[in-house]
Design a binder for this molecule. Structure first.
Ligand code: HEC
Ligand code: HEC
Ligand code: HEC
Ligand code: HEC
Ligand code: HEC
Length: 453
């Protein structure tokens, strides 16, 4: 690790000239994503805006890790940073993540080298990934053209069409805390779904859903003559729910990818049942995700339904989940709230704000598809929520509904502003998404059998 970044850049430029016999990049150079930019500009650009790139620059991560280290007297150790800057931990550049500000840029986040040099995945959670530490970049190509920068090789761990690749993603997307609470369970949830079934006609890996395949060249520029590969270039935006809260590359592109992926994940159906004790029901069906919705950091996610019923004069008869921009959904005292997140508790049953405090959780998430057998009671995995409107039912002329999603609660962010110097702009920059596919308007005129269809 002796070379400076400037020297690395010069070497990358030299590589770019693509002269025959030019030495390949060193392991150190390959650990730097900037090296890849020379020949894989689209992969680099997409990744640079991703939460994988942002993971150790995220001010919420930095403040939360700082607070966690203090509150546990350092017992957290490398627990957090081992997933948010895994290469830096492997290289001994950090032991607790408290020095992230001093880490070189190339060692922060989940980097190209970390995935493309993976040797084995030794468990199902808490990042048990081992690296080769060599100069071969591994992927799913059977016959790559020669790369002037690195050796290339096939690995089922980084072949998105191979079921084993879900184990690579899943082993970081599944967290068992030091208190032995299985707090983030994306991989465990995935393994119960129809998508994890080995039958090829229904199998979908994490990568097949999250890394869209395009007809494109994989490497370009620098005199490289690589063919267009059919469905061969996979998108590297890794869009999910979180966004950069500080200036960061590709913010508009990330946001667009998030909106695209959130759009169809949940299907909704709204019914107004005047003869059923006066109920409005909303049925939400997680049709798109290969795990719960939301998933992973579900203790921090806030997904809820905003539902409003109007009379013929457009006066509000009933409402639920109308959350002001400066409040969290649990703060509005709404007994009818349709909430989708994990409620977390300490040992004394008081709410747990931070995840090192969590002793147990109550899960309110939308279930994924786990069977294709219509006779199996789990076939219908939708959640139906009833809103009691009583006598007002006879006056209902219109009902609107939409699922909203805020990546993190404001009170958690505000606590970090107060205790650990999180910039206040991180709170004001926190978005609230609306899931396009769940935006419904019910009227008697358009309803079929009393429901939106
Ligand atoms: C000087 C150009 C150059 C640089 C720099 C470069 N690559 Fe490559 N890479 C290539 C070429 C050429 C291919 C083969 C493309 C093809 O066959 O379509 C390739 C293929 C790959 C593959 C597919 C391997 C397989 O067998 O499936 C991966 C993964 C990869 N590169 C990752 C990286 C990463 C990560 C970096 C930065 C550390 C990097 N590359 C830097 C030129 C380069
Ligand atoms: C070394 C651990 C690690 C591996 C391996 C890994 N991830 Fe991640 N991933 C993370 C971390 C850490 C974050 C969150 C960064 C943040 O928000 O601060 C993340 C974020 C994401 C997000 C965005 C989540 C959100 O809510 O915004 C998606 C989507 C994602 N990863 C998918 C994948 C896929 C697909 C794979 C496999 C190809 C994968 N990850 C492999 C650690 C990993
Ligand atoms: C979280 C893990 C992860 C990270 C981080 C990551 N990749 Fe990939 N990459 C994959 C997976 C999985 C594939 C799919 C390979 C396949 O199915 O052929 C892939 C594919 C590729 C390929 C082969 C062509 C393709 O698109 O399928 C190249 C080249 C590549 N990545 C370069 C990069 C570069 C450059 C970076 C960093 C700027 C990077 N990757 C970061 C997991 C990752
Ligand atoms: C059948 C397709 C599918 C499969 C398989 C799948 N996902 Fe997802 N995933 C989705 C969709 C759709 C969303 C919601 C869109 C969004 O968050 O932007 C999502 C959301 C996510 C999120 C954000 C969750 C949140 O609420 O913060 C992460 C992280 C993630 N997936 C990781 C994974 C990992 C890791 C795997 C494999 C173990 C996986 N996914 C398998 C479709 C899939
Ligand atoms: C096993 C790997 C792993 C460990 C350990 C881990 N994280 Fe993460 N972290 C992730 C992944 C993956 C995501 C993306 C979650 C999602 O979208 O589902 C994430 C997301 C986040 C986020 C952004 C989303 C949110 O609100 O939760 C913050 C902040 C964060 N982690 C902080 C921490 C802190 C602090 C610790 C230690 C107490 C920690 N992480 C430990 C993998 C990890």
């Amino acid at each position: 690790m002796k070379r400076t970044l400037k020297q690395l850049a010069l070497i990358a430029v030299a590589l770019g000239l693509g002269a025959c016999g030019e030495p390949k990049a060193s392991v150190e150079e390959l650990m730097n994503p900037e090296t890849c930019l020379q020949c894989h500009p689209k992969h680099y650009k997409e990744w640079s805006g991703s939460m994988h790139a942002y993971a150790a620059d995220d001010p919420v991560f930095i403040a939360m890790n700082k607070r966690g280290q203090r509150e546990t007297n350092g017992a957290l150790g490398s627990f957090c940073i081992n997933c948010h800057a895994p290469l830096a931990v492997k290289l001994g550049l950090t032991t607790d993540g408290l020095n992230v500000a001093d880490l070189p840029k190339w060692a922060k986040g989940v980097t190209c080298y970390y995935c493309h040099n993976a040797k084995s995945v030794n468990d199902t959670h808490n990042n048990p990934i081992e690296l080769f530490n060599d100069d071969m970049m591994r992927g799913g190509l059977q016959f790559p053209v020669a790369s002037p920068a690195h050796d290339s090789g096939y690995s089922e761990l980084v072949d998105a069409d191979n079921p084993k690749s879900s184990g690579l993603c899943g082993s970081c997307h599944d967290i068992v805390t030091p208190k032995n609470v299985h707090l983030e369970r994306t991989f465990a949830e995935y393994q119960t779904t129809i998508f994890a079934d080995p039958k090829p006609q229904q199998h979908l890996t994490c990568g097949q859903c999250h890394m869209i395949a395009n007809d494109d060249v994989i490497a370009s520029g620098n005199g490289i003559n690589a063919p267009v590969r059919q469905l061969g270039r996979r998108e590297h935006t890794f869009a999910g729910v979180d966004v950069a809260l500080t200036p960061w590359p590709e913010m508009a592109e990330q946001r667009a990818a998030i909106d695209r992926d959130l759009k169809g994940v949940v299907a909704a159906k709204l019914c107004v049942l005047p003869n059923n004790g006066g109920e409005i029901t909303l049925r939400l069906d997680n049709i798109g995700a290969g795990h719960m919705f939301p998933s992973g950091a579900a203790h921090d996610r806030r997904a809820w339904v905003e539902l409003i019923a109007y009379d013929a004069a457009n006066q509000v008869l009933f409402q639920s989940g109308v959350v002001p921009a400066d409040k969290d959904p649990e703060e509005i005292g709404d007994p009818n709230l349709f909430a989708m997140w994990d409620k977390t508790f300490k040992a004394d049953n008081s709410p747990a704000e931070f995840f090192w405090d969590v002793d147990r959780y109550e899960s309110l998430l939308l279930k994924p598809a786990v069977t294709l057998d219509i006779n199996d009671p789990r076939y219908d995995h939708a959640t139906t929520h009833a809103y009691p409107i009583g006598a007002a039912r006879t006056q209902v002329a219109k009902v609107t509904a939409v699922v909203k999603l805020r990546p993190m609660p404001l009170h958690t962010l505000n606590a970090l502003v107060a205790s650990d110097g999180l910039p206040a702009s991180a709170v004001s920059n926190m978005p609230t998404f609306e899931l396009e596919g769940t935006k419904l308007t019910w009227t008697p005129a358009t309803a079929v059998n009393l429901c939106t269809n």
